[in-house]
Design a protein. Structure first.
Length: 147
């Protein structure tokens, strides 16, 4: 799955769109960004780096239809969420612990990855994009930039 994060709104907002094979476009919500790593980008980086297979991004890649994305809910999408509900909850808790710890300056297992994401986000011009690939079975270090 290819995910494109776009900086907009004079650099104060972020939106994303995922392209799920073979050709399904999944529009994500817009969110505040400012000078920090946007929440969904941080979630992507953390889940990929920690090898969290069934967090938000892994479930989205499998076809989950979350309320926060611009897609109609489907039975298949709800089933993905039901099947991985416990893993989703654990992933959300882990992502929040890591992200907020990193923001406070506490050491985390993904400091380097989040630091790189922050550098890329801050260097991105308005209307610029960061394109990342979500792999089906993520493992530490497999997040690859396509730009």
């Amino acid at each position: 799955m290819i995910v494109t994060f776009r900086k907009s709104g004079k650099g104060r907002t972020c939106s994303w769109e995922a392209l799920r094979p073979p050709r399904t476009r999944v529009p994500g919500p817009s969110m505040a960004a400012g000078g920090d790593v946007p929440h969904d980008l941080a979630t992507f980086v953390i889940e990929q780096a920690l090898g969290i297979e069934h967090g938000f991004w892994g479930c989205l890649a499998e076809g989950a239809t979350f309320r926060t994305v611009g897609r109609k809910s489907t039975e298949r999408g709800r089933e993905v969420i039901r099947r991985h509900a416990d893993e989703l909850d654990r992933a959300e808790q882990m992502v929040n612990e890591v992200h907020f710890g990193w923001r406070r300056g506490d050491p985390t297992p993904v400091d380097a990855e989040l630091d790189r994401a922050l550098e890329r986000w801050r260097a991105l011009p308005v209307d610029g994009e960061i394109v990342l690939e979500w792999t089906p079975a993520p493992a530490r270090g497999r997040s690859r930039s396509r730009r």
